[in-house]
Write a protein that binds this ligand. Structure first.
Ligand code: MIC
Ligand code: SF4
Length: 640
């Protein structure tokens, strides 16, 4: 039978389950990655599981999110991460080396391999043909401990690319076009698989931009074929020997199909406050802009930075705005220095930030009050920039640089300028000296793990009762992101290793009284709409509400990673059988939920209104066991 790339990789890694849409399958995981903001929890959990050496082919711990080091807390986390990596056989990427996804595709990702990462943009590695998925930290810790990763067997959406991108239109516009068509929920349950003659016109970093931001469609992951272009990229990274070919069979069947003619695309922008709110840049042209950001894991490759440098060369950015740059890696910077492109950027007035996530996650460079900020990043959720009333737009590097020059939203096609052509180098500057490779297993016992006062012990949770009672502490709308549930930014990110402290900020942008109200009520329930928990993989969005006593979340539908995180931390995820039942519940209502052993539907009695309704769930028997045990950590311990 003809197969898609997804089917080929799954078949080669299937440990349990049947390859049928919607069935739970377990996959062997070859590689893992973590970053510091989710990593401290993941390694505390790995320690709690009690495995001495990781069982994967490769596990890498990156430091790129929490790099401000405003006080001892971030620095302590980094020290912990370095020591724990060394002890357990994990490669450690030092702060300053770059952003995890850019580095992973440069140095480690491989076609045909499975990768899970405690970051929702792990699918970036799909640009090189890896089946790379975002997951909660505990799932990544379990994979490091050698356990398989469980997902619902995905459907495959074939995205056929034809034609060739016109000048001034680039990979970011392709993924913005995908988002224009299917929005932030359209990918749920699917792998987005790219194929067609247009694929060969895109470089690996271009493909990685597309798979990176594919996350915003809610998909399980996105993947490109591994072809001659992939091979030359890997050759240029001095690892051509790791290349293998991968593509779908000619007559492979897709569950869904989209055709995009690259030649027809134009510069696009995602408007506030959703990556799926797409408009052509020409319709926004002329809007005054106060900040431009170029970089992040979506658009910080050498190509992206070099094109911007060529556009800014010999010019000065508009005095009406600030331009901040966060390059993806030291390799990128080293080339920019050699080509004098860094000088072109800085001379034009760009502010050079660290090779890290930076402004993308609100770590510095927050826009001014009510500002319009135009960024090459992948998310523009409310408040994520650090300024609640800022309007953040997501665009290509070309649109960002054009806007930086004029001070107003600018379609780059309207500039009086020749389109800069970029030729990728035949050989990249490979320098792995900011990776620390772990000591040999025999020496691991002597490695001391260094902890600081901000690294609080993991909270322990009890098994769950058959009947849950309490009040609706919060009722929310559709598309609540994990940035709404557990915000990040310079104030809150340093608390990622300290659940009691970070829980004080749960739902801060929605309702700052939430934590106090939940504690006063002895916990209770959250009610929500469609696509609850989209966005970041941060398990703190489950762990911190659990710590505040949240017992169940009842919504119209869930996003994949958040649903898994709720199970992992013992919060029961339930959905309304009839979406109109959502309307019949108000914040403050007292509820009784008979969950039993979670093998069947759940009855909800609203003690305030007297109404009884049925709630559904999609939990497997294993999920039910994990939940009843009080979460995955408690359950895993019983298994090892
Ligand atoms: C994000 O882009 O939202 C993050 C910050 O990278 C998160 C991870 C986190 O919250 O630590 C993600 O994408 O998973
Ligand atoms: Fe970092 Fe932003 Fe990428 Fe998340 S989306 S990994 S915060 S650069």
């Amino acid at each position: 039978m003809a197969k898609t790339m997804t089917q080929k990789i799954i078949e080669a890694h299937l440990v349990e389950g049947e390859m049928k849409a919607g069935e739970e399958i377990a996959l062997r995981i070859d590689q893992t990655l973590t970053q510091d903001a989710t990593g401290t929890m993941a390694y505390l959990q790995l320690e709690a599981i009690g495995v001495t050496q990781v069982k994967t082919e490769l596990s890498v711990s990156y430091v790129d999110h929490n790099t401000l080091q405003g006080d001892f807390r971030n620095a302590d986390d980094h020290r912990y991460l370095q020591s724990v990596a060394n002890k357990h056989g994990v490669v450690f990427s030092r702060p300053g080396n770059g952003i995890c996804h850019q580095l992973h595709i440069e140095r480690f990702a491989r076609p045909g391999k499975t990768l899970i990462g405690s970051d929702s943009h792990t699918p970036t590695a799909g640009g090189i043909g890896s089946m790379a998925m975002g997951a909660g930290g505990l799932d990544v810790a379990s994979a490091m401990a050698g356990m398989p990763f469980r997902i619902k067997y995905p459907k495959v959406m074939g995205i056929e690319l034809t034609g060739k991108l016109p000048n001034w239109v680039s990979a970011k516009d392709v993924i913005l076009e995908v988002l224009r068509r299917i929005d932030v929920k359209g990918g749920v349950g699917y792998v987005l698989e790219y194929f067609g003659e247009g694929v060969s016109t895109l470089s690996v970093p271009d493909r990685a931009t597309i798979t990176n931001m594919g996350t915003e469609t809610g998909c399980t992951t996105s993947i490109f074929p591994s072809d001659e272009i992939t091979k030359s990229f890997m050759d240029a990274e001095s690892r051509g020997d790791q290349w293998v070919a991968l593509q779908a069979d000619d007559d492979a069947k897709y569950d869904e199909m989209i055709i995009i003619n690259l030649s027809d695309l134009e510069p696009l922008a995602a408007c506030p406050h959703s990556p799926g709110n797409i408009k052509p840049v020409r319709e926004l042209a002329g809007t005054p802009v106060q900040q431009v950001g170029i970089g992040s894991c979506t658009n910080s490759s050498l190509r992206d930075m070099s094109v911007c440098a060529a556009m800014l060369k010999g010019k000065t950015i508009s005095e009406k705005l600030h331009l901040v740059l966060n390059p993806g890696s030291r390799q990128v910077v080293s080339h920019l220095v050699r080509d004098n492109a860094l000088n072109d950027l800085v001379a034009a007035g760009a502010r050079l930030l660290e090779n890290a996530c930076g402004a993308c996650i609100g770590m510095g460079a927050a826009p001014s009050t009510g500002a319009v900020s135009v960024r090459t990043y992948n998310r523009n959720f409310l408040g994520r920039s650090g300024t609640k009333d800022a309007d953040v737009y997501l665009v290509s590097p070309e649109t960002a640089a054009a806007t930086a020059l004029t001070g107003v939203f600018t379609d780059p096609r309207t500039l009086d300028m020749e389109y800069p052509k970029f030729e990728p180098p035949e050989q990249f500057d490979v320098n792995d000296n900011m990776f620390i490779f772990p000591v040999d297993e025999s020496a691991a016992e002597g490695v001391k793990i260094l902890r600081g006062p901000n690294i609080a012990p993991l909270p322990e949770f009890n098994p769950i009762d058959d009947v849950l009672e309490g009040a609706v502490i919060l009722k929310t709308e559709d598309n609540i992101t994990t940035d709404h549930i557990m915000p990040a930014g310079a104030k809150i990110l340093p608390l990622r290793s300290n659940i009691p402290e970070i829980s004080k900020f749960v739902f801060e942008v929605v309702d700052p009284e939430f934590p106090a109200r939940s504690l006063e009520n002895g916990g209770g329930f959250v009610v929500g709409g469609e696509n609850y928990g989209q966005g970041s993989s941060r398990e703190h969005a489950a762990l911190a509400p659990k710590y505040l006593g949240i017992k169940a979340v009842i919504v119209k539908s869930f996003a994949r990673i958040h649903l898994a995180n709720l199970v992992n931390f013992g919060i029961v995820p339930l959905t309304f059988e009839n979406p109109a039942d959502y309307d019949a519940i108000s914040q403050g209502d007292d509820l009784t939920l008979r969950i039993g052993d979670l093998r069947s539907d759940v009855t909800l009695t609203n003690r305030t209104t007297g109404k009884t309704t049925t709630l559904k769930h999609t939990l497997s028997d294993l999920d039910a066991q994990i939940l009843k045990a009080g979460g995955k950590l408690a359950w895993v311990r019983t298994q090892l």
